[in-house]
Design a protein around this ligand. Structure first.
Ligand code: UD1
Ligand code: UDP
Length: 354
């Protein structure tokens, strides 16, 4: 039983489900309904060839406790009735936390895809989720060597840790020929040189005072180069109240479908973001990434990739240096980010189920 529910889950689950199909494993996909807008959910199913969810719990938005509890209640009934042999959870979202807890309490083995990432910042809700999900999981799939090391340091035995690469990157590599830079530029009437931005971390967008700093920083980028910002629904009101829409070179659009979004990223001079997945995608595509966060659970995107952490105050200067240097001519990609993570995960899962 796969449990997914939020936007970043879908590009991670798609290659795992496909590879398990090839192994002839019987699968059920439960959508928790954590994300529910067409642009935050359905579009990924359409574009990535995910099967229709067998069940949608339809929990919707709410406080952390309410959302997690609603998912847990729905999953407890399903897992009690179904008794799956394995529950597979993805990433660090509340849907993963809820599913891992329910599986563990029902003594159903839990596999965590994207285990071991650590920002070591417990003020980030996802860090709490990561630590707890890993603690109760039986099979841990790490996307990078540092993640595997963290799990070992936390006392998890080596036979449960599998360094498999990154299934989100499988999705990226598998769709390379669908990313149409000219097409997306024409559709959005963008010039040849532009910056893409995404913003949704609570630490950035939930506090009205912080939102003012962030908007100032985004405007300082737009002073230099046109910015396109497909804006996550979280924080939209705070950012708009802080004057986000008042710069003529900064365009805010609705969240984009995966193919459109990654096409946009691929053609960009640089990306400004606070997303986890986008740090990885830019690393893979060799697009400079400025991450508006004090830390990252994905340090490999800095050591190997194109990522750099910046404060809102330092963003304009960081962007100027990126614009001066341009895209790197060559860059490293992290080990095993080769498009075969889903297959490695499926092989291990098929072995567990035998
Ligand atoms: C969640 C994840 C975060 C991830 C992000 C990816 C947790 C704790 N957080 O954050 O790790 O980076 O998804 O996108 O799981 N909303 C809509 N439509 C939707 C979904 C949400 O309008 O389809 C709005 C609602 O006002 C909601 C708010 O966005 O209250 C936040 O949604 P929620 O799922 O609680 O958290 P995210 O910020 O999306
Ligand atoms: N993404 C998308 N459309 C957008 C913004 C992001 O398809 O408008 C994709 C992005 O390419 C990546 C995933 O959503 O695959 C990342 O999700 P998000 O940033 O919401 O969550 P995080 O990775 O921060 O948890």
């Amino acid at each position: 039983m796969h449990v997914a529910g939020a936007r970043p889950n879908f590009p991670k689950a798609a290659p795992v489900i496909r590879a398990l199909d090839r192994h002839g494993v019987r699968q059920r996909l439960v959508h928790t309904g954590q994300h529910y807008d067409e642009r935050m959910s359905e579009v990924f199913f359409r574009q990535l060839g995910l099967p229709e969810p067998d069940v949608n719990l339809g929990v919707g938005s709410g406080s952390h406790a309410r959302q997690t509890a609603d998912i847990m209640t729905g999953l407890e009934d399903l897992m009690t009735a179904d008794r799956p042999e394995l529950v597979v959870v993805y990433g660090d979202v509340n849907s993963a936390l809820a599913a891992a807890l329910v599986g563990a309490k029902l003594e159903i083995p839990v596999a965590h895809v994207e285990a071991g990432l650590r920002s070591f910042d417990r003020s980030m809700p996802e860090e709490v989720n990561r630590v707890i999900v890993d603690r109760v999981s039986d099979v841990l799939f790490a996307t990078s060597p540092d993640a595997a090391v963290h799990l070992g340091n936390e006392g998890i035995s080596a036979d449960r840790i599998h360094l498999v690469g990154n299934p989100m990157i499988d999705t990226l590599l598998g769709n390379l020929d669908r990313f149409d830079i000219a097409g997306i530029r024409a559709a959005l009437t963008l010039p040849a040189r532009y910056v893409v931005a995404t913003l949704h971390r609570p630490a950035n967008v939930d506090d009205p005072a912080g939102a003012i700093d962030l908007v100032k920083a985004m405007h300082s980028v737009a002073d230099e180069i046109p910015v396109i910002l497909p804006l996550h629904p979280r924080g939209r009101r705070h950012l708009e109240n802080a004057g986000l829409l008042s710069h003529r070179a900064l365009r805010v659009v609705e969240p984009l479908g995966y193919i459109e979004f990654v096409s946009l990223v691929r053609g960009a001079v640089a990306v400004v973001t606070d997303s986890g997945g986008v740090q990885e995608e830019t690393t893979m595509l060799g697009v400079p990434c400025l991450t508006l966060r004090p830390n990252t659970e994905r340090p490999i995107t800095i050591t190997h990739g194109t990522n750099r952490l910046v404060t809102p105050q330092a963003l304009a200067e960081a962007l100027s240096s990126v614009l001066a240097v341009g895209r790197p001519a060559t860059w490293c990609t992290p080990p095993l980010w080769d498009g075969r993570a889903g297959e490695r995960i499926a092989e291990i899962i098929a072995g567990v189920l035998r």
